[in-house]
Design a protein around this ligand. Structure first.
Ligand code: HEM
Length: 359
């Protein structure tokens, strides 16, 4: 019987709880008539997703890898902070805990980047800095739509830094590494500029996202693995490649439709990146990350493709509905996005259980 590493489970529990509340809040924001649970839950959707769920998950993965006790504090603060953000509104306790979590995340990445100073660790470090900066500005009263590119930068730099590390087998040339650095620079410049000139910042971010897609075509191992003979490797490759496609689409939409601060186009531009890229990358990385965190392997099930197809198809419907101003279709697209995510959680739990029961 396999031995489960139980220590990270309570931290994981908070992250999943934050995700479930974030999903509920997402439905409220889409216009489904459901109980509001608390007065501020709907407005806490973004912070719950970005910090309560992904902030906890990403810092937890690092804490397990580096194994220093204090590193478990940021995932705990992120999970708790996410929940307090909509449970107790009058005090900014939740946002303060989330900001402290991102400060801790930056501390973890500082340790990592010092141990190995390389392009990928510096990229991930900048991602954490973007998370902290976005949270600080939000705590100081900036609107989420004003700081949204900082939260995007957090996730995109963390994930692309990780992809750069995992693609080292392809040995990106010096020139390709400079290109990667240049794209990250344009992206960060756009993120900072967006605070003062949203139109210009959005355009710069758009260009950087399109370049990232093209950079991945040549340098990310995912594209080479789309026809790999091992089913799990092939499945992971599809998750990642589709994620890069959405990133490129997101870049194109930023350039075509410009800055958005609310409404259906805001919904589309955010979620092609957050669902199309980030959630697809999570689907793809889960079979690598969960075994590392919990100490047990995840066995590939062909049914994994169901959640993947549903995720991308429903996102395409939602984005189409956003631009065509079809409210009901948009609501269904968003609901099916959530069904895909819940299927993913159920399948992951199922395959972990299966591994545990195997001799
Ligand atoms: C899975 C299903 C999801 C649904 C149904 C959903 C729904 C929504 C809706 C309806 C909005 C408001 C858009 C508008 O103002 O018109 C929104 C905003 C937002 N979403 Fe999502 N979302 C989902 C997933 C995600 C994910 C995975 C992330 C992050 C990784 C995310 C992050 C955000 C953020 C940051 C905002 C902006 C919040 C604000 O301005 O207050 N969402 N979401």
């Amino acid at each position: 019987m396999m031995k489960l590493n139980r220590f990270p489970i309570p931290f994981l529990f908070f992250a999943i709880l934050a995700l479930l509340f974030a999903l509920w809040a997402g439905l409220l924001r889409l216009g489904w008539s459901l109980p509001a649970l608390t007065p501020s839950l709907a407005m806490a959707h973004g912070p719950l997703m970005i910090s309560g769920f992904l902030g906890a998950l990403i810092t937890l993965e690092r804490a397990v890898a580096i194994r220093q006790k204090w590193m478990y504090l940021p995932p705990l603060l992120a999970g708790l902070g996410g929940l307090l953000t909509f449970l107790i509104k009058p005090l900014p306790l939740g946002p303060i805990l989330l900001t402290l979590a991102s400060l801790g995340g930056l501390g973890i990445l500082t340790v990592m980047a010092r141990r190995e100073t390389a392009l990928h660790t510096v990229t991930m470090w900048l991602g954490m800095l973007a998370w902290l900066t976005g949270n600080l500005l939000w705590l100081l009263g900036w609107q989420i739509s004003q700081i949204i590119f900082f939260w995007q930068a957090y996730l995109i730099l963390t994930i692309t830094g990780e992809r750069l590390e995992l693609s080292r087998v392809l040995r990106p040339t010096q020139l390709q590494q400079y290109l990667f650095g240049g794209i990250a620079f344009i992206f960060l410049a756009g993120t900072i500029v967006s605070l003062f000139n949203l139109k210009l910042g959005t355009a710069l971010v758009g260009v950087a996202l399109i370049f990232t897609f093209f950079w991945s075509l040549r340098n990310d191992i995912a594209w080479k693995n789309l026809k790999h003979k091992l089913p799990l490797t092939r499945y992971i490759a599809w998750c990642l490649a589709l994620g890069f496609v959405w990133l490129g689409i997101g870049g194109g939409l930023n350039l075509m439709f410009g800055a958005q601060v609310a409404g259906p186009r805001y919904d589309a531009i955010l979620h092609v990146v957050f669902i199309g890229f980030v959630i697809s990358m999570i689907f793809g990385h889960a079979p690598i990350i969960f075994p590392a965190v919990l100490g047990i392997p995840i066995h590939f099930q062909p049914a994994f493709y169901l959640q993947l197809i549903l995720l991308h198809a429903s996102l395409a419907v939602r984005a189409f509905a956003d631009y065509a101003n079809l409210q009901t279709l948009r609501m269904w697209g968003g609901l099916l996005n959530e069904v895909a995510i819940l299927m993913f959680i159920a399948m992951t739990v199922y395959s972990i259980r299966k591994s545990l029961l195997e001799k």
